[in-house]
Ligand binder design. Structure first.
Ligand code: SF4
Length: 426
């Protein structure tokens, strides 16, 4: 049996798709780009745009593979099962239970399996593995979110916080290390809440330590972080490990305190700035990246000006700026002061100018440094601080080499390979 697959949305979705693919391969399925017996779309609902793209992807794959069994799963299917079914889904799962989904595909029976996400109490460990060939592996350690930020639909699709127990984190990390992955990315829906559901309430630092110890030869990269977890003790424990990548993606969303409060975020700009400085003290030269929502309901021009100034003050390597997207059922959907699409897009554009300037400043600061680069192809890959690096010569795909950075070209660092990296001495 042949399957075609398309994934939208976050790293967790990518991770879950690769896990599903691995389960299907174990059952004799083969991936194809055309002539599939089964088409699978792992959908996203984080913005209205991702919902639209999910619907479009379902239609496209159905058109390209006439007669194929249509399998739809993920957050959009969880949130809008009726709309998804109307698109012709033969097998419809929400965002949970990928093992059962694999079984359902094998049985190839038309089914609908959208559970109540708030009834999910136990983490579903999935096979860990690569998302971009054989170089970098993702390890999902957490699912769900209890934060209910005013704009976000994810807690309604993913349910409460569930965490992978520490011994399974270590077991999966050791298995990845045994497969020679040079980098393990720890991912989840809201990894800062890791462990709050587990006996003894271990924290994210415990999970990182368990993984780092089980995979001492790999470098560990953290997925998106809620800033409140980044305490002095957290930074000290991570820095002591020696193989945690000096790149941190922080969920900022706004640089204006009033807007943050209305978003029901749990920090203000002063606390966020302290987090940036703390990370820089413990990981000198580290790269910080962030997410930003432009045009949240009631965000005035003055609020947005504060946000732009705050971005510059923090000095990010990159910021993913999105226009605010109304998600029915969330608090923000009914807030007064909704901005027009044009206003929101204009703010994204203006944020883009500041982001490009900050990115250039950070990349320029890398010239002269020697960075360990994981080669995703023969000519380059990503450095430990998550810059794209290209060298003049070639290197073995999947290897890590120290590269002396000599110049910046666009958003890429150019450099010369010096020697094979000796471990991961950042
Ligand atoms: S922390 Fe907020 S933005 Fe992130 S998934 Fe939870 S509710 Fe959504």
């Amino acid at each position: 049996m042949k399957y075609a697959v398309y994934t939208l949305g976050c790293k967790v979705n990518q991770y879950e798709t690769q896990a599903l693919e691995s389960m299907l391969r174990d059952r004799g399925f083969e991936r194809t780009e055309g002539g599939a017996d089964v088409v699978i779309v792992n959908t996203c609902a984080v913005t209205a745009e991702s919902g639209r793209k999910s619907r479009q992807a379902i239609r496209r794959l159905q058109g390209q593979n006439p007669g194929a069994l249509t399998v739809v799963c993920g957050c959009f299917a969880q949130l809008e099962p009726d709309q998804t079914a109307a698109l012709g889904a033969d097998i419809l799962f929400g965002s949970g239970d990928k093992h059962a989904l694999a079984e359902a595909i094998v049985r190839a029976l038309p089914e609908r399996n959208v559970d109540d996400p708030f009834q999910r109490r136990v983490f579903e460990p999935l096979p860990a593995g690569a998302v971009d060939g054989r170089t970098r592996a993702m390890l999902k350690i957490q699912d769900g979110c209890d934060n209910f930020c005013a704009y976000c639909v994810i807690p309604y699709t993913r349910g409460r916080v569930r965490s992978m127990p520490l011994d399974i984190c270590a077991e999966q990390a050791a298995a990845l290390a045994g497969e020679d992955f040079a980098e393990i990315v720890l991912t989840g829906i809201e990894i800062a809440s890791y462990g709050k559901d587990l006996p003894g309430r271990p924290g994210l630092a415990d999970a990182v330590e368990a993984v780092a110890k089980a995979a001492p030869g790999a470098r560990i990269r953290l997925g998106s972080l809620e800033p409140t977890v980044v305490t002095e003790a957290f930074c000290a424990r991570l820095a002591a490990l020696g193989n945690v990548c000096p790149h941190f993606h922080l969920s900022l969303q706004s640089g204006c305190d009033d807007t943050l409060a209305r978003m029901r975020r749990k920090y203000d700009t002063a606390a966020f700035y302290d987090v940036c400085q703390r990370l820089r003290r413990h990981f000198p030269g580290c790269a910080l990246t962030a997410d930003l929502i432009c045009g949240f309901p009631g965000e005035s021009e003055a609020d947005f000006a504060q946000t732009l100034a705050f971005l510059e003050k923090c000095g990010f390597l990159f910021v993913h700026a999105f226009p605010y997207s109304v998600r029915p059922g969330t608090r923000a959907a009914d807030m007064p002061g909704q901005l027009s699409r044009a206003e929101k897009e204009d703010r994204v554009r203006r944020a883009g100018t500041v982001i490009a300037r900050m990115q250039r400043a950070y990349l320029d600061s890398c010239v002269g440094r020697v960075l360990p680069v994981l080669f995703e192809n023969a000519h380059g890959g990503h450095s430990d601080n998550y810059c794209q690096v290209r060298i003049r010569g070639t290197a073995e795909r999947g290897s890590v080499k120290n590269v002396r950075i000599t110049a910046v070209e666009g958003d890429v660092l150019l450099g010369e390979s010096t020697e094979l990296a000796d471990g991961f001495a950042f």
